[in-house]
Design a protein. Structure first.
Length: 523
């Protein structure tokens, strides 16, 4: 396919996108994969799709798009991710230097973080319409980007559009967005006719629930009432090992935000650091990961900002109540959020046990995103203070390992452990007790099938020997009987000869004499 320019694979029930499948499509410009079942993008080569300009992944099952998935799309101009379950757009979730058009319609989106689009320096136009749950769009989502031109937020859950976005965007579409009139009148009146293309059709809701057109609102000097936004509610659930963020943000501008942890520690929140790389790569060989000098340079596991209380790695001890507090000169607002931490069920199993080895397998791995600070190992210990550690890669896709060089007939406690490399803090541990097999004699080592086979062979040999013996005995007795008869016959002839020699008449002469007598005439 070296000359292929456009490829449409719509509706083919594809479950993943593998870049090596397009190795021969060196001239491919447009790839359409809409309405499939793609959950994963795998970049197993670096050469294919270098010339790709348009990629349509709408209508698939993507829940996240990682940095590693874009290594082959450096010249991508247009990307359509509509109708995927992208609940949160994380900081730096795409790093495509040439991308200009991005579609995120109908993605069940709730949060757009600060720095979400900072790695898209040429982004020109973006659609995020039909996301009614989109409650928080960070004012710093675009960073210092100046090339942005068009933004469509129609039918979203915006209560207030940040002033920084109004100042940055040249064309804004907001029809059927649930805006709050008390904030809209202050921030948007000056931008209406110039920036908002559908200004005459745009509406907002008053405190009483009435719908009004923005074009009919009068500019008000009344301060916009502050409100704490909790896009995922006040009862949230995380899983041990995953990266998780409790989102709570103030949509006002004159308030300070504080977080109170379950141990009652109060911390003033700071603006998110846009210089951090949000995506980490897996160290498959664990050499850098376990370097002592490297592990000392880790950032804190917990990150607190004006948008979230975040964990690089969730521990069971992180469960509890977190308070998000907004303080201004006028009032204080508080949201108490309960975080429940679930422990996944990972079962370690000894699938094969030998005298000096145990083959281990487990049903699943932890979902680790902080691959730069988490390691996986297997430990084996016995009663005599013996302990062995074997480091494994987090990318153990086969979920198995053969533990060797053990002692025979000895009981071991074998554990599968995920832990933080900088502090040795245990994240998750699954253990079994297993005894190795004793050394066996030759007879003990024979299994049932081999024993039965040997028994059959022995029976055949015995039968053969018995048959041969019986046959030989029968032949011997037959020969002896025949010899006896021959000897008896010879002995009888010898006795007859001796008794007849007295009258010198042999058997033949006797016959002749009898015959002669019978032929004489009667007188």
């Amino acid at each position: 396919m070296p000359t292929l320019k456009v490829l449409d694979l719509t509706g083919n029930n594809m479950s993943r996108l593998v870049t090596s499948d397009f190795t021969s499509a060196v001239s491919l410009k447009e790839l359409i994969l809409r309405n499939n079942k793609i959950e994963l993008i795998e970049t197993d080569t670096t050469d294919p799709l270098q010339q790709l300009e348009t990629l349509d992944l709408s209508g698939n099952l993507l829940s996240e798009v990682r940095l590693e998935a874009q290594q082959n799309f450096r010249h991508l101009f247009s990307l359509n991710l509509s109708s995927n379950s992208l609940h949160v757009i994380r900081q730096g979730f795409l790093q495509l230097p040439d991308l200009q058009v991005l579609q995120l319609d109908n993605c069940e989106m709730s949060v757009v973080e600060a720095g979400a689009f900072v790695s898209l320096p040429r982004l020109h136009s973006m659609d995020i319409k039909n996301n009614p749950n989109l409650a928080y769009f960070s004012p710093n989502a675009f960073g210092n980007s100046t090339a942005f031109y068009r933004l469509n937020i129609q039918k979203t859950g915006f209560k207030r559009i940040p002033l920084t976005i109004l100042e940055k965007v040249s064309q804004l579409y907001i029809k059927d967005t649930a805006l709050d009139c008390s904030c809209t009148s202050r921030d948007m009146k000056d931008f209406g006719a110039v920036t908002i293309i559908d200004w005459n059709d745009a509406t907002c809701r008053t405190k009483m629930g009435a719908v009004q057109k923005l074009s009919h609102l009068e500019k008000s000097e009344e301060p916009c009432r502050d409100n704490l936004l909790t896009p995922f509610g006040v009862k949230q659930t995380a899983i041990v090992g995953q990266a998780y963020r409790i989102y709570c943000a103030n949509d006002g501008t004159n308030s300070k935000l504080f977080w109170v942890s379950p141990n009652k520690t109060t911390t003033e929140a700071k603006q998110p650091d846009l210089r951090k790389s949000a995506v980490k790569k897996t160290d498959y060989f664990t050499t850098t990961l376990l370097d002592p000098s490297y592990s000392k340079n880790h950032e804190e596991r917990v990150h607190i900002s004006t948008e979230y209380y975040g964990f690089d790695v969730v521990l069971e001890s992180d469960a509890g109540y977190y308070e998000c507090v907004s303080k201004s000169d006028m009032k204080t607002l508080t949201r108490k959020i309960e975080l429940t931490v679930l422990r996944p069920e990972i079962y370690l199993n000894a699938s094969h046990v030998a005298t000096t080895s145990v083959h281990l397998s487990w049903n699943k791995n932890l979902k680790i995103e902080a691959v730069d600070r988490v390691a996986l190992r297997i430990t084996a210990s016995s009663e005599k203070m013996f302990k062995r550690q074997v480091q494994l890669s987090l990318y153990n896709m086969f979920r198995s390992y053969n533990l060797v060089n053990l002692s025979a007939d000895k009981e071991y406690e074998i554990c599968l452990e995920w832990y933080l490399t900088d502090s040795e803090t245990m994240i998750y541990k699954s253990c079994i007790t297993q005894k190795t097999r004793p050394f066996k004699t030759v007879m003990q080592s024979l299994n049932a099938k081999l024993a039965i086979g040997l028994l059959v062979i022995m029976i055949i040999v015995v039968v053969f020997c018995c048959d041969t013996c019986i046959h030989q005995k029968y032949a011997y007795f037959s020969r002896m009987k025949k010899q006896a008869k021959m000897q008896q016959s010879i002995s009888g002839q010898s006795m007859l000869t001796q008794s007849s020699s007295a009258d010198a008449t042999t058997y033949e002469n006797f016959q002749l004499s009898v015959t002669s007598a019978s032929e004489r005439p009667l007188i």
